[in-house]
Design a protein around this ligand. Structure first.
Ligand SMILES: Cc1ncc(C[n+]2csc(CCOP(=O)(O)OP(=O)(O)O)c2C)c(N)n1
Ligand code: SF4
Ligand SMILES: [Mg+2]
Length: 338
């Protein structure tokens, strides 16, 4: 990447060097998000909190915007957080992360706390991140002088207020704001926002953007570790099956995450220093080494698509095919290159 000719900031503290964990046996045993939360059984957003905290380790501060991962994790007198955690307003994960990173640096500069790299992570839901908080996240990603990670956990609805449609909800999903009726079967007609790629393409100085899913937990943790190590503001987008909002038996959470990847609906990739790398099954799909499963296999497993008829499945399949067959960077960047 081209070096900026702006004078470097002299009180730069640096980052922790968090090497990737090569295999399950190398993963740290210590947990920093433990019992004491009240999320639904099978909640993959809670799972991603656990993986994120484990990957970041003890010298970390977590900020969380309003949503399930705030409300269900802060029941009076009990919390699963073992490391410092603070609530921030819905839509404020970007500004909370920047403010915390700037505050830590000021305290260290003034000698009010010892100098050491402390991980700053702000999480937000899809409502608080892809919709309401997008401008604050964009601003945070431009402040390259601060080290921070924004992790967006995407359960594809405003889940905490009873499953309202968000810009990240998939086409046609039945939510409390898009209930199918007799006159109109498909109430939600917008295609899901391509948030991670939008942020990567729109912030070329941001060193690291990635997508993850709890169905690939070691990869997810290593991407968190990479984001925190590389420094500067970084962004990770996690797809989290949500038994309540997606309407399925909680025992299938892991399987649904796998199906999202195997059908090509959820590509796993990272953009490091503007270079795209697809991971695992997504990489095999892009290289033509793996056939995508029909999207129907994923959609039919969820009650939120129970009203779909053949033409709805066909439309969803055609849009997913486009991602892999027509996009400039398959599964990632939706421009054509005539
Ligand atoms: C400014 C503001 N508007 C509305 C709300 C009400 N509210 C609380 S949580 C929530 C849903 C947030 O959705 P998301 O960010 O996707 O997180 P999830 O609940 O799905 O975990 C809403 C709308 C609020 N707290 N603040
Ligand atoms: S509604 Fe969904 S995201 Fe919220 S706690 Fe339940 S499973 Fe988790
Ligand atoms: Mg949500």
């Amino acid at each position: 990447m081209q070096k900026s000719n702006v004078e470097p900031i002299t009180d730069f503290i640096g980052t922790q060097v968090l090497e990737p964990w090569k295999g399950i046996k190398k993963v740290a045993q210590q947990e920093y998000f433990t019992s004491g939360h009240r999320t639904c059984q099978g909640c993959e957003s809670a799972q991603i909190m656990k993986l994120m905290a484990k990957a970041a380790g003890p010298r970390s501060i977590i900020l969380g915007s309003t949503g399930c991962m705030y409300v269900a994790n802060t029941t009076y007198y009990s919390t699963p957080w073992v490391i410092p955690w603070m609530h921030t307003q819905l839509g404020s994960s970007g500004s909370a992360a920047t403010g915390t990173a700037a505050g830590l640096r000021a305290l260290m500069r003034k000698g009010k706390m010892s100098k050491e790299p402390i991980n700053v992570i702000a999480f937000c839901g899809d409502g608080g991140g892809a919709d309401m908080g997008l401008s604050a996240i964009s601003a945070a990603l431009q402040h390259t002088e601060y080290n921070l990670l924004i992790l967006m956990y995407d359960n594809e609805s405003y889940a905490n207020t009873d499953i309202q449609v968000s810009g990240s909800s998939p086409y046609g999903a039945n939510t409390t704001f898009s209930t199918p009726g007799k006159v109109q079967r498909i109430m939600h007609r917008r295609w899901k926002k391509n948030t991670a790629a939008m942020l990567a393409a729109g912030h070329p100085e941001c060193k690291y953007v990635a997508t993850i899913c709890t169905s690939s937990p070691i990869e997810a943790m290593n991407k968190v570790r990479r984001a925190l190590s590389i420094g500067g503001p970084t962004f990770i987008h996690s797809l989290d099956p949500c038994p309540k909002g997606w309407d399925y038996d909680p025992m299938y959470s892991h399987e649904l995450g796998e199906l999202a990847i195997e059908t090509g609906i959820w590509p796993l990739y990272e953009v490091e220093e503007n270079t795209v790398k697809l991971y695992g099954k997504s990489r095999q799909i892009a290289k033509g080494l793996r056939k995508r499963k029909p999207v129907r296999e994923y959609l039919e497993r969820q009650g939120r698509f129970a009203h779909f008829i053949d033409e709805d499945f066909d439309y969803f399949q055609a849009k997913t095919d486009e991602m892999w067959e027509k996009w400039l960077v398959p599964g990632v960047i939706p421009f054509s290159n005539p």
